[in-house]
Design a protein around this ligand. Structure first.
Ligand code: FMN
Length: 179
């Protein structure tokens, strides 16, 4: 390949050890949300919302108590946890707000993740938490659904252990392989 993968993409990985001595500022949080804010979305619907809690904030405890045993090993030491939400329904109805709500949320999180990386921060997205419990605790509007969390901080992980990807050829051929 004559073009190389950008260093931001090549060096990114999801750590499972964060530096407990590291903190993020309110301004850091603003910049991360700004990155999410400028992501593209279907019809500019912007079907995303975020509940960010820094490790030293009281709301951090409200979120951490719903971590699963697996994520409780590393997520509490991250400098910042962000709960992500998608606008799934038109308010007060069961009609889909957008066919692309979760897709667009994911894209905004991708932008946030790379912005974090550019700031020397690492992210691990995760779903290992008690969704019903956290929903009851945060009580988002019913049109909005919690989707995932992101642990963000300074990585003290030496690097990914086993990290596999499907090949580029598989990406091109998989949907047509049965024809
Ligand atoms: C939507 C989503 C949910 C995830 N859930 C978890 C999780 O519950 N626990 C976990 O340890 N990692 C979780 N991950 C991290 C993935 O396992 C990780 O991104 C994947 O193994 C690829 O590794 P990499 O990010 O280092 O490239 C999740 C990632 C995404 C995008």
């Amino acid at each position: 390949m004559s073009q190389q993968l950008h260093e931001l993409l090549a060096a990114r990985f999801s750590p499972s050890a964060f530096d407990e001595a590291h903190s993020v500022s309110e301004n850091d949080v603003d910049v991360l949300l700004e990155a999410a804010r400028w992501a593209p979305s279907a019809g500019n619907s912007q079907p995303w919302a975020f509940f960010p809690v820094r490790r030293d904030e009281p709301d951090h405890r409200r979120v951490v108590k719903f971590l699963a045993a697996s994520s409780a090993r590393w997520a509490p030491s991250a400098s910042l946890l962000i709960v992500t939400l998608a606008h799934r329904y038109v308010d007060g109805t069961t009609w889909a707000y957008s066919d692309f709500a979760d897709y667009d949320l994911g894209q905004s999180v991708a932008h946030l993740t790379l912005q974090a990386h550019a700031m020397g921060l690492a992210c691990r997205q995760f779903r290992a938490f008690d969704l019903d419990g956290l929903t009851a605790e945060l009580r988002p509007d019913p049109a909005w659904r919690i989707v995932s969390m992101i642990a963000i901080g300074r990585s003290i992980d030496e690097g990914p252990v086993l990290r596999e990807r499907r090949t580029r050829d598989e990406l091109r051929s998989a949907p047509w392989s049965g024809v």
